[in-house]
Structures are given as C-alpha cells and as structure tokens.
Design a protein around this ligand. Structure first.
Ligand code: AP5
Length: 225
C-alpha cells in the first residue's frame, strides 16, 4: 500500500519566504504546489475574466474577493495529481472565512507551518525581490542574485512589491493572522524565518518527515486492527 499523501499549508507575512521554501519542499517531497498568488498572477497575465477582476486588488496590495480565490483553490485541490501526490497550499487561507470554507469542505491539512520574520526585513525582501519569468525562480538583488548576466537581463519585479504596497499587504496579513491561527492551532509549527534558507528548510524537512512517519504509523495501526 502507498503511503498516505502529505497535506501541508504554509503561511507567513508577505516575503517571509513561502515561495522560496516551497521550491525546496516540492523538490524533496514531490507535493503539488498550489500558490494562490501564482495562480492569480497566471490569470492576470493571460487576461482571463478572473485575472481582470483580480488585477486591481492585487496591484493595490489588497485581498482578492473570497469567492474568486476559493473557487480557484478548491478546483485545483480536487485534481487527481493533488489527491495522489499530496499538496502544499501556499497563500490560502488568508482570512477566517477562507479557513471556514476549507473546514466545511473537510479539506484539513496535516500540518500548518508559519514563517516568522521581522517587519523591517520583510520590506527589504519585497523591494529587492526579482522573478525569472522563464524558470519561475525567485531571486533577490542582494540575498540571491541571479547566476548569469543573461538571467539578470530578463528578471522582472512584481507591481505590488513597492514599499507602500508591502506595508498595506503586511497590515492585512496581521489583521487576519490570529483568526486563521485559531483554526489550525493544534497542528501549527512556527519557524523563525530570519535565517539562511537552507537552515529554515532543514527545520521544515524534519517537521514534514516526522508528520509522514506519524501518518504511516497510524495507517499501519489502522490496517492491523
Ligand atoms: P502572494 O503571491 O501569496 O504574496 P504574499 O503572501 O505577499 O507572499 P510573497 O509571494 O510576497 O512572499 P513569499 O513569502 O512567497 O516570499 P518569497 O519566497 O518570494 O499573493 C499576492 C497577492 O495575491 C495578494 O496580495 C492578494 O492580492 C492576492 N491573493 C493571494 N492569495 C489570496 C487569497 N487567499 N485571498 C485573497 N487574495 C489573495 O521571498 C521574498 C524575497 O525574499 C525573495 O526575493 C527571496 O529571494 C528572499 N528570501 C526568501 N527567503 C530568504 C531568506 N531565508 N533569507 C534572505 N532572503 C530570503
């Protein structure tokens, strides 16, 4: 019998390093990465109806209305690859009502990871962030500069990564954080995100390995009863 798939949520303020850690988690654990920010940006760049609706909210550093995002996430979660390989949900839920939507659909993670990073560092990380539109890799002008001149020339910045918009995103995050935490407090793991990315991943790796072990033990116990 195959191991039961892992279901992981990752949360944290804007630029706390969710996307960066997700790249590493996917590489090691093979989960399906579902990032609402990435899904929405893809809709915006293909000019879909969802994208056109979401664009103004995103560019202003505000949350996109729940009904748009929730429909997008639940349809992605119900696809075969996510059921088969497990999922890594990044950027959702972002409000109490989004958390309630998942609870009512019985979509419950095994673990809820929160990355903690001080505000002043978050702003520097956002303003210095650069994205590679070809490989989708996340860079930072100082922390993770691009490997070659060719990559450097094609890097882009996000329209919501100005200091002013980051502050608005951060405020919204703080306003909602506690209400979401109350839903997941029993499975929450807080991690200090103000370390080198490999150190943070080391912690996440051991948490996820432990969760997988526990799931496996439970499964064996269940099948021997
Ligand atoms: P989203 O894309 O989810 O943005 P966010 O939560 O603000 O998170 P970021 O993508 O900014 O940061 P991150 O934590 O992934 O950090 P990263 O790894 O890139 O959402 C964007 C918008 O979409 C929202 O504002 C909203 O409008 C809309 N939206 C999305 N979900 C929604 C929802 N559920 N409901 C409603 N609206 C929704 O790292 C940041 C930088 O730091 C990079 O440059 C990186 O290289 C660097 N860095 C990373 N780790 C380290 C480290 N350990 N040390 C030094 N530098 C580091």
């Amino acid at each position: 019998l195959k191991e039961p798939p892992l279901k992981v949520m990752i949360s944290g303020a804007p630029a706390s390093g969710k996307g960066t850690q997700c790249e590493l988690i996917v590489k090691k654990f093979g989960l399906v990465h579902i990032s609402t920010g990435d899904l929405l940006r893809a809709e915006v760049s293909s000019g879909t109806e969802i994208g056109n609706k979401a664009k103004e909210f995103m560019n202003a550093g505000k949350l996109v209305p729940d009904e748009i995002v929730t429909a997008m996430v639940t349809s992605r979660l119900s696809r075969e690859d996510a059921k088969e390989n497990g999922w890594l949900l990044d950027g959702y839920p972002r409000s109490f009502s989004q958390a309630q939507s998942l609870q009512s659909l019985k979509i419950i993670p095994d673990v809820y990871i929160v990355l903690d990073v001080p505000d002043e560092i978050l702003i520097d990380r956002c303003v210095g962030r650069r994205l590679d539109p070809v490989t989708k890799k996340i860079y930072h002008v100082k922390n993770f500069p691009p490997e070659t001149e060719e990559i450097k020339a094609r890097l882009t910045t996000r329209p919501d990564d100005t200091e002013e918009k980051v502050k608005s995103r951060l405020e919204i995050y703080k306003k909602n954080a506690d209400a979401i935490l109350s839903t997941y407090s029993n499975i929450m793991k807080r991690i200090d995100g103000n370390h080198p990315k490999e150190v943070i991943f080391g912690e996440i790796d051991s948490i996820l390995s432990q969760v997988l072990n526990d799931k496996e033990k439970k499964r064996k116990l269940g099948s021997s009863l």
